[in-house]
Design a protein around this ligand. Structure first.
Ligand SMILES: *Cc1c(COP(=O)(O)O)cnc(C)c1O
Length: 832
């Protein structure tokens, strides 16, 4: 009799063919994929072919674990976290997946035996830049930690055809080049053409009575497009769990096409297709301030509608009735970009699934939680009621209905306080009426959190003060974190080896608090020597790369003083610039001046429409041009702007920094995560008491952190007193001479007007109080230099910084969300 093969023997068969973890399997499967997917022999393969073969070989191993995870989560009805984010700034996948699979070393050896350089193959990968900066990168770190902590989850977002632009520097100015990351194919995603949802826009609503005679609303849209799922598996570190990143691509709806085709309007149908596909075409390149564009609102609704429909589909596929949706799912809103999900879930439950308001609201309100990311008034999203109504007429009705019930609650609680009612309304009534997305998010969520202690306090006392008085228990803090897998293990293999050897184990990679074990060795001369060598080696690597990319040569012995983040006035890159001008003048005025040689490295993109940020980039490059070719100063200072700061380039930068610049005006940076990445790689921080800097300083110890500048409270007081920057300019001869030097034309071939918009603004308005912190910043930098001269002291501080960074792992952050906000449990999947 024929025996059916058991599932187990199928699994074993698969082990042998596509998912084996031995060197021999990896080599064979790599060559197989090179042949069967790329259609190449080893001898004629291009670097890109080699990369694709390596990516598919890795992906096969992910898929085996993913299928297991999906089956497991389905059969056990595991409670699932949906992370809704308009941005996921993932960074390259290959190296990260090799680390998480535990085959980084085996793969290196396998490549060597095939006479290939794995690092060169890894370099080939173009990163998916589906985010602007910290917010999108946070979503990516959280995906890594959710999988590593074995929490069933789905990341929902947009599959932008063009991610964040590539930055080029031409004649010192930023030039944007479109990011064509999909041009050569994306081996990490799996299209799911059958997972497709209609997304509606425009039209009008109609009232009618259903067969039971109940009043109901029907939305009659004038545009329907489709969202199609593209799935990327996200594997945890050293575990079998794979979660899903599901990104939506906009396509013309088949029914819509068909309609146009029927009336003979073939070109009309094609046009509709093009129109539809623009929705997921491009990421808006603004970091903090909002663009307020119609297409942006369309994008937000697009991904939110698909995601919520998908959650409902999964609910039906697994658990069953919608009544228990909030038991199966919790959905985290990453800023207000997905806040429309509140109204969309209400609509689906009521209009499509016959639910009454109270029950629908009870479910909706239990599903959503909201993370606030900014207090900057210009970054708070509002949409004009007229635009909202034109695009989403049914949702406007729902927002009004939510608002009415909510404001009645406020009136009952605060009798007669109509001013408060006006402040708290979901609709701003001063001037053009606008929908306040942050208010919608707070009212529609069960929990609201800020992203660092200071930020969460300010959220409660300023931005959402009224809401906090109404619902004090709704507000939380979860301090951000970053994944040590990407930002230590992948980015800095030398430091990883050294730490593992020193601690005697690599357990710190999943339990970052164990870095504390380094403290016992903080004064060990042997460790000091190796610590220094690791840093110098990273600096050499970065120097070589920068030389190749910019032509500027940095001395690896110099102090690498690095500021890398989006260019924004609140982050105060121009304060850093003033310090460079001061160093320059000191050397020029006293050629015998002795100073610690410094390499000032900048990186960061400016929003294409943000003139002042672009002028700051030009100024940095203008100063670099003069400084780097002046033999009188270039032995002491060099300046370089690293073009195209992104995750991949960040991985070159963080390990090479000695000093991390975290110098935002206190109260403006919600958390920062760059600060954590630098510190984990042994850079010391010069920083203000802002965002997570406060907590980093608490953790590493005040004596191991270079603090300067006003506190958030002092900033507030100073602003209320009336801030007059021109008095500071007139009263401080050095400050005056630094600003005057920029205006003199020295850095602009005699053009005395070029930088005027920047310098005039500093002297006349200075909205981010650069001049107020200037003196304290210089003094602090002098102290930094003094400490740097004492190698052992610096190295000890560096070791202690790393040793005490455990708190800033995104694993800790996700654990806090899981326990305090989501109430979800780990759900291990075997095979890890
Ligand atoms: C971490 C990161 C950021 C955030 O940096 P901050 O200093 O916190 O603003 C921005 N961009 C990229 C590419 C990053 O990796």
């Amino acid at each position: 009799m024929n025996q059916e093969p058991s599932p187990a023997s199928f699994d074993q068969e698969r082990e042998h063919t596509r998912t084996g973890m031995s060197k021999a399997s990896l080599k064979r499967d790599f060559l197989d994929n090179l042949f069967y997917i790329q259609g190449r022999f080893r001898e004629v393969a291009t670097p890109h072919d080699l990369y694709m073969a390596a990516a598919y070989t890795t992906r096969d191993r992910l898929l085996a674990r993913w299928v297991k995870s999906a089956q497991d989560f389905k059969t056990t009805h595991a409670r699932t976290v949906c992370y809704l984010s308009a941005e996921f700034l993932l960074g390259p996948h290959l190296a990260n997946n090799l680390v998480n699979l535990g085959i980084a070393e085996t793969s290196t050896e396998a490549a060597e035996e095939l006479d290939l350089d794995l690092n060169a193959i890894i370099e080939e990968e173009e990163e998916p830049g589906l985010g602007n900066g910290g917010l999108g990168r946070l979503a990516a770190c959280f995906m890594d930690s959710l999988s590593t902590l074995q929490i069933p989850s789905i990341g929902y977002g947009i599959r932008y055809e063009f991610g964040i632009f590539d930055q080029m520097i031409e004649n010192g100015w930023q030039v944007e080049k479109s990011d064509t990351w999909l041009r050569n194919g994306n081996p990490w995603e799996i299209p799911r053409p059958k997972i497709r949802f209609p997304v509606m826009y425009g039209g009008h609503t109609e009232q009618y009575r259903d067969h039971d005679g109940r009043p109901r609303t029907r939305w009659v849209p004038d545009l329907v497009i489709d969202g199609v799922a593209y799935d990327t598996p996200i594997l945890g570190y050293g575990v079998g769990n794979v979660n899903l990143l599901r990104l939506w691509k906009a396509e013309a709806s088949e029914s819509f096409d068909f309609q146009a085709f029927n009336v003979g309007d073939y070109y009309g149908a094609v046009h509709a297709k093009i129109e539809a596909e623009t929705i997921s075409k491009v990421l808006y390149p603004n970091d903090e301030p909002e663009a307020g564009k119609e297409l942006r609102l369309k994008q937000q609704f697009f991904f939110v509608s698909c995601s919520v429909q998908d959650m409902i589909r999964l609910q039906f596929n697994t658990v069953g009735p919608l009544e228990t949706l909030a038991d199966k799912f919790v959905a985290q809103l990453n800023d207000t970009h997905p806040a429309l999900a509140v109204a969309e879930l209400m609509r689906l439950l009521m209009d499509e699934h016959d639910m009454e308001w109270d029950q629908a609201w009870d479910i909706t309100h239990r599903v959503f939680c909201y993370t606030n990311h900014t207090l900057l008034p210009e970054a708070l999203e509002t949409w004009s009621v007229s635009l909202f109504e034109r695009l989403l007429p049914r949702h406007l009705e729902i927002v009004y209905a939510i608002n009415q019930r909510f404001l009645d609650q406020v009136r009952v609680r605060f009798l007669g306080d109509e001013d408060r009612v006006r402040r708290m309304s979901l609709i701003a009534e001063d001037g053009e009426r606008r929908v306040r997305m942050a208010h919608l998010a707070v009212v529609g969520s069960r929990a609201v959190n800020g992203v660092a202690e200071l930020h969460s306090e300010l959220v409660k006392t300023t931005l959402f003060r009224d809401f906090h008085e109404l619902w004090p228990d709704r507000f939380h803090n979860v301090t951000n974190g970053v994944t040590p897998r990407r930002f230590m293990v992948v980015a800095n293999p030398r430091l990883t080896r050294l730490i593992t050897e020193t601690c005697g184990s690599d357990a710190w990679i999943r339990d970052l608090d164990r870095l504390r074990e380094l403290e016992a060795h903080a004064t060990d001369p042997g460790l000091h020597e190796r610590w220094h060598e690791v840093k110098i080696a990273a600096k050499r690597d970065l120097s070589a790369w920068l030389k190749h990319r910019t032509g500027v040569l940095l001395d690896p012995e110099a102090m690498f003083d690095v500021q890398a983040k989006r260019i924004h006035e609140y982050k105060r890159q121009h304060l850093n610039v003033l310090h460079i001008v001061r160093c320059y003048q000191r050397i020029k005025q006293n050629p015998n001046h002795d100073m610690v040689p410094r390499a000032f490295v900048f990186g960061g993109k400016a929003a294409p429409g943000y003139f002042m940020a672009k002028l700051i980039i030009k100024l940095i490059n203008a100063i670099a041009e003069v400084v780097n070719k002046d033999p009188q100063v270039n032995g002491f200072i060099r300046v370089v702007f690293m073009p195209d700061f992104n995750v991949k380039n960040g991985q070159r930068l963080y390990p090479a920094a000695n000093l991390s610049e975290q110098i935002s005006l206190a109260g403006k940076e919600a958390s920062g995560t760059g600060n954590m990445k630098f510190s984990m790689n042994g850079a010391l921080t010069i920083g203000t008491l802002d965002g997570a800097n406060v907590e980093i300083r608490e953790e590493v110890g005040a004596e191991n952190f270079f603090l300067f500048g006003m506190s958030a409270e002092e900033v507030n007081r100073r602003q209320h007193q009336g801030y007059r920057p021109w008095e500071l300019y007139r009263g401080d001869p050095e400050l005056r001479s630094d600003i005057d030097l920029i205006n003199s034309g020295l850095f602009s071939h005699g053009d005395t007007q070029l930088f005027r918009p920047l310098t005039d603004q500093l002297v006349n308005q200075d909205p981010f109080m650069v001049l107020a912190d200037y003196r304290a910043y210089l003094t602090c930098h002098d102290h930094v230099a003094e400490v740097y001269r004492d190698h052992h002291r610096w190295t000890r501080m560096s070791i202690l910084n790393v040793a005490r960074m455990g708190k800033f792992s995104s694993d800790r952050a996700i654990r806090e969300y899981a326990e305090r906000i989501w109430q979800v449990e780990p759900h291990p999947v075997g095979g890890g």
